[in-house]
Design a protein around this ligand. Structure first.
Ligand SMILES: NC(=O)c1ccc[n+]([C@@H]2O[C@H](COP(=O)([O-])OP(=O)(O)OC[C@H]3O[C@@H](n4cnc5c(N)ncnc54)[C@H](OP(=O)(O)O)[C@@H]3O)[C@@H](O)[C@H]2O)c1
Length: 325
């Protein structure tokens, strides 16, 4: 089988598709013939040596994949050979023609869901759902501000926020991206390339501010959003796509009983795979009922994984980028 290998810390241009050894299968594992792998911002951090997880070389990036089960270990009960599934890979490995992983991290997908959509699904929707419910306790009628609202996790947060009954304010860079957020249910739009997040959120909320902020961007966007939140607001720290890890002035969080809440979905998935699989199964039911509409902006062949990552980093696309194997 072939896999994309990272042999040294660096940028997307260093990735190559190479022949790789097949992994043996343990009793609790499943072997999957991969048809598609989702590309995430975190993959670009992992190959640069800047992610929470730093695998040994050579390693294969890729935190999510979809395909068919080709073999299961004797202890696996909930899967069958031939079943169509998605998989969550905490330590990477998804950019490959075949993966072997703990079967707890493998979830059957609906018959109607194609592999490209399935590969784009778990990280974005799993993170947004976990952040807004388990960590943020978003309530119907609350105002949710989503930063980076047309990115992978951001667009999922717009949809899930709407589904949970919030008034969703989507903030992103440029009219094309905001049009996508609008089509996915955002109530209000902020173009932060030309508008102040702080001023617009205050204006849209009659001076009160947002109740919950979903922030995968960090840096200046976080700093502005912190100055545009309501009493007892929850700031969900998802990531730092802008490149600067912000510091939080403790006086600002004191004066309004604000909570700044860390969110890490991948590590939670490893600690509690049953909770995460149950949540993914629920999200897949929401997809089946038409409430979630994943956007795949572009697909690339597996051999062009580097180009796919560059496309993600270009900030030109709304939604997800997916590799096809
Ligand atoms: N905590 C968790 O469990 C978890 C899970 C998944 C992802 N994340 C994090 O969430 C962030 C987004 O991940 P993703 O996979 O959704 O990425 P993505 O699809 O590339 O979205 C990132 C968004 O950030 C915005 N952005 C602002 N400054 C940027 C910059 N300098 N470079 C690139 N994008 C920039 C872009 O929107 P505009 O152009 O509109 O500004 C882009 O749409 C990452 O930091 C990732 O590590 C965290």
């Amino acid at each position: 089988m072939r896999a994309v290998l990272c042999r040294e810390w660096g940028g997307p241009e260093s990735l190559r598709l190479e022949e790789s050894d097949r992994m043996p299968l343990k009793a609790n594992e499943a072997r999957i013939r991969v048809h598609a792998s989702g590309v995430n911002f975190a993959d670009t951090l992992m190959i640069a040596g800047k992610y929470q997880v730093r695998p040994e070389f050579p390693f294969t990036p890729g935190l999510e994949a979809a395909g068919e089960v080709t073999e299961i270990g004797p202890a696996v009960r909930h899967l069958e050979v031939g079943q169509r599934v998605l998989a969550v890979l905490r330590f990477g490995g998804g950019y490959a023609e075949e993966i072997v992983l703990n079967a707890d991290a493998v979830v059957p997908i609906p018959d109607r869901m194609d592999f490209v959509t399935a590969a784009a699904f778990p990280v974005a929707y799993g993170t947004a759902h976990f952040a807004l419910t388990h960590r943020g306790h978003l309530q119907p009628g609350e105002t949710l501000l989503v930063l980076g609202a047309a990115g992978g996790v951001g667009l999922s947060a717009v949809e899930i926020g709407k589904h949970l009954g919030a008034r969703v304010v989507a903030a992103a860079g440029g009219p094309d991206k905001l049009a996508v957020a609008d089509a996915h249910g955002a109530d209000e739009l902020i173009d932060y390339t030309s508008e102040s997040i702080r001023d617009r959120v205050r204006e849209l909320t009659g001076g009160l501010g947002a109740d919950v902020v979903f922030d995968p961007v960090g840096g200046d966007a976080f700093d502005q959003a912190l100055r545009a939140v309501n009493w007892e607001a929850r700031m969900l720290v998802i990531g730092f796509a802008a490149g600067r890890i912000q510091s939080v002035p403790a006086n600002l969080i004191l004066v309004k009983n604000i909570s700044v809440i860390g969110v890490v979905w991948g590590a939670q998935a490893a600690r509690d795979p049953v909770l995460v699989s149950r949540n993914l199964a629920e999200l897949l039911r929401w997809w089946e009922s038409g409430r979630l509409k994943p956007v795949v902006a572009k697909t690339f062949p597996l051999a062009e994984a580097g180009r796919a990552m560059q496309a993600l980093l270009s900030r030109r696309h709304a939604g997800k980028i997916v590799l096809e194997a």
